[in-house]
Design a protein around this ligand. Structure first.
Ligand SMILES: NC(=O)c1ccc[n+]([C@@H]2O[C@H](COP(=O)([O-])OP(=O)(O)OC[C@H]3O[C@@H](n4cnc5c(N)ncnc54)[C@H](O)[C@@H]3O)[C@@H](O)[C@H]2O)c1
Length: 257
């Protein structure tokens, strides 16, 4: 019997994968490159359809694109149903990447923005993981990687401010709690905390501001989405099976502790 690596027998669910220059598509691409089947999902239906087409054109692995809102329990349930009804291999990894920025200051932020920032950046990770972890338990292989940020570690200083810092700090607590509870099933749960990544998330940020952000990084440049993708996919590999409950800083030296 041919022994296959877990990646060849499993599906990775990647949220926030509808942005052409984003971390989500880069991560889905890296999963596919390493032989995983991939579910790409995003609030942006057109974007996710384009990402699914790109991956199908580039790789010989099963790919499913589904539009969903990670902050909406009904939408996440519909996503899980669509994945269960597909003929994809069992889900072995959830890469929570969907997120929104929040450059409003503490004194200016209204309750609606606060609720949305928490809902997408924190509740979304909870909902999507909860939808797929039972299958991981059943199938005997599971990895969850959640998206935090350096902003959670030092309270701001990049682009987004307090509301985003609170949501991304919540992701670290969510990750630690899940890691403790799911270890008994051999499922690992980690968070990734990037510094400034070269994507389109900082809507309205001027060239001057982007240059200043790069100059403030000790390594002198912004992170490439592919570098975050490599970390996500490695954390989902069999090799990373003894790493759980951690927050992996990937920030070019911006925050050293
Ligand atoms: N770019 C950075 O500097 C940076 C740094 C630290 C953390 N992050 C985090 O990385 C993640 C990806 O960011 P990015 O830079 O690739 O940005 P991006 O804007 O390119 O991608 C984010 C994606 O999330 C999607 N999305 C937004 N709300 C959603 C929802 N409710 N349901 C489903 N999808 C939704 C968007 O449509 C978009 O495609 C985010 O969680 C972000 O907070 C980014």
């Amino acid at each position: 019997m041919q022994v296959q690596s877990p990646a060849r027998q499993r599906t990775a669910v990647v949220t926030g994968a509808g942005s052409p220059r984003g971390i989500g598509l880069a991560t889905a691409r890296r999963f596919a490159q390493e032989g995983w089947a991939v579910v790409v999902t995003d609030l942006n239906a057109e974007g996710v359809a384009a990402s699914a087409q790109t991956l199908t054109d580039e790789f010989d692995v099963p790919v499913l694109g589904v539009a969903s809102d990670v902050a909406d329990p009904a939408s996440v349930a519909a996503l899980a149903e669509q994945v269960a009804a597909s003929d994809l291999p069992p889900v072995g990894a959830v890469a929570n990447i969907a997120g929104i920025p929040s450059p409003s200051s503490f004194l200016e932020m209204g309750i609606e923005e606060w609720n949305r920032v928490i809902a997408v950046n924190l509740t979304g990770d909870f909902l999507v993981a909860q939808a797929f972890v039972p299958q991981m338990i059943e199938n005997g292989y599971g990895r969850v990687v959640n998206m935090s940020s350096v902003t959670a570690q030092h309270g701001g200083g990049v682009f987004s401010k307090t509301g985003y810092a609170a949501a991304k700090a919540g992701v670290i607590g969510l990750t630690k709690g899940m890691a403790r509870e799911l270890a008994q099933y051999g499922i690992t749960v980690n968070a990734v905390a990037p510094g400034v990544v070269d994507t389109d998330i900082r809507v309205g940020s001027s060239d001057e501001n982007e240059k200043a952000l790069s100059a403030a990084v000790p390594l002198g440049r912004q992170c490439r989405p592919e570098e975050i993708a490599a970390l996500y996919v490695w954390l989902c590999s069999a090799d990373a099976g003894y790493i759980t409950g951690t927050t992996q800083s990937i920030n070019g030296g911006t925050y050293v502790y």
